[in-house]
Design a protein around this ligand. Structure first.
Ligand SMILES: [Zn+2]
Length: 472
């Protein structure tokens, strides 16, 4: 039984999907006005792991994560650089895929809609809200009238309308009926992208984008909505108001929010020092970053530093070293029958514990703890192995289990034999490219030196008409 800490109810709830053995899940994606930072990386990795775990437990997952490609930040960036909003979006969506390709996010079967492709759906919900009396037009803008949804508003962020009103800025322009009303549609201003609507040319507010995209791909009621905890208010609170009032349905039934990443003990957005994923990737591999993120419970704040990443790196090496030890065992002479029976029992226990930890609100930190206990027990069994039987079945079972859990469920790619060979192949191709450059510059001395040195290493190259091939 999977339990989820549901921000909506404030406690752990048993997960009961709308459709048996199926999960519909929407996670707020990045606003693509810059490269993604470590704070955006956390939900990308964590919710990918949630998806993977559901699949491991036999669910079919319908996972949607959007790109917000029109909003104030996008427009500011476009004006700053004197390019269009679409150019900003194209550049950073491309960069998003470049950067996250190192994180082993499972793209297969995933939907990544763009807000600007879904304007019609937004206009539809806004029209329905006006029709039902939840929204009003004012000078080409459309606002949601929060007072009209008194009973429900604030249920996610646990706030009262009265408190919100007394804390809100007084809007002197009087465009809005109340200071706490929020924009669904904004009349177009010069230098802004705009779309036709029943209220004139304009663009959507941020919150309505997610309401429309989740409705389109998952329907009016779906299972899980995720995002960073900074999105609870106002973004998610407003999504609920819009969707419940405009579309009916329950909207999301389970709300999951990941914690902040701190740098030097301070919340990243506060300290002003955003660390970009691409900067981290210059020093650490994506799989190390992934393991680092999974090393903490998702709802807890995380401290980000090189020290923490180096720890993740050595943890990963510990796993790989054990797996390499298994591969290098001499199958003729090794095998400890008794301790392998124990190891098998231990592995089965750890397998159960792993599931229990993950079932309890996706406690990846604890689940990884069991992986390391199994690593320790495996090393011990190898150290003690001496008699000879066919106990290799056990040790192979442990090997296959560890690879499956790390790579498929936690999504952390391991560097085992084949991977190293891939890298070698890439390196040789790279050296040949350097040699091609040398030849283009008629630097025959360097070109011959590369050929001779490769030959010394057992790599034979052959210059063809348009291509150089190599064999080992
Ligand atoms: Zn959203």
């Amino acid at each position: 039984m999977i339990k989820i800490y549901n921000t909506l109810t404030g406690h752990l709830d048993e997960f009961k999907p709308i459709k048996e053995k199926e999960v519909s899940m929407y996670v707020c994606g990045p606003t693509v006005y810059n490269f993604i930072h470590i704070g955006n990386t956390r939900p990308a990795v964590f919710f990918d792991t949630v998806r993977r775990y559901f699949e491991y437990r036999g669910y079919k997952v319908n996972y949607v994560q959007n790109f917000t490609d029109v909003d104030d930040k996008m427009i500011n960036k476009a004006n700053e650089e004197n390019i269009t909003v679409k150019e900003v979006a194209d550049r950073y969506i491309k960069a998003y895929f470049e950067d996250t390709s190192k994180l082993n996010l499972k793209e297969e079967g995933m939907t990544r809609p763009k807000a600007t492709d879904n304007i019609d759906g937004m206009i539809e919900i806004i029209s329905s809200l006006i029709e039902k009396g939840y929204a009003y037009e004012s000078n080409g803008d459309v606002y949601f009238e929060v007072e009209k949804y008194k009973d429900g508003y604030g249920e996610l962020s646990k706030q009262k309308i009265e408190d919100l009103k007394s804390g809100a800025r007084i809007d002197i322009s009087e465009i809005k009926k109340s200071a706490i009303d929020f924009a669904l549609w904004k009349a177009s201003k010069p230098n802004e992208p705009s779309w036709d609507s029943p209220w004139g040319k304009g663009r959507p507010g941020w919150h309505i984008e997610c309401s429309a995209m989740s409705k389109k791909y998952l329907g009016d009621s779906f299972d899980i909505h995720g995002g960073g905890q900074d999105l609870i208010f106002p973004h998610h609170e407003n999504e609920i108001a819009q969707s419940k009032c405009g579309c009916g349905g329950t909207y999301a039934r389970y709300w999951m929010h990941n914690g902040y990443i701190n740098i030097n003990g301070e919340k990243m957005s506060k300290s002003g020092s955003f660390v970009l994923l691409r900067q981290i990737l210059e020093k650490f591999e994506g799989r190390v970053i992934r393991l680092f993120i999974l090393g903490a419970h998702y709802r807890k704040p995380m401290e980000f530093s090189d020290f923490e990443l180096n720890q993740a790196k050595s943890s990963l090496e510990r796993i790989e070293n054990t797996l390499k030890r298994i591969k290098e065992l001499n199958r003729e002479s090794f095998v400890g029958e008794n301790n392998l029976v124990e190891l098998l029992k231990f592995k089965e226990e750890m397998e159960k514990n792993f599931i229990e930890a993950m079932d309890e609100d996706f406690n990846t930190a604890q689940a990884l703890g069991y992986v390391f206990e199994l690593i320790k027990a495996t090393n011990k069994a190898i150290d003690e192995g001496n008699t000879s039987t066919d106990g290799f079945k056990v040790i192979d079972e442990v090997y296959n289990y560890l690879v499956m859990i790390m790579e498929e469920v936690l999504g952390v790619k391991l560097k085992l034999e084949a991977e190293v060979n891939n890298i070698s192949a890439e390196l040789i191709e790279f050296i040949l490219e350097l040699r091609r450059n040398a030849r283009a510059e008629k630097n025959w001395e360097l070109s011959d030196k590369i050929r001779d040195r490769l030959l010394e290493m057992g790599i034979q190259i052959k210059d063809g008409k348009d291509k150089t091939t190599w064999t080992m």
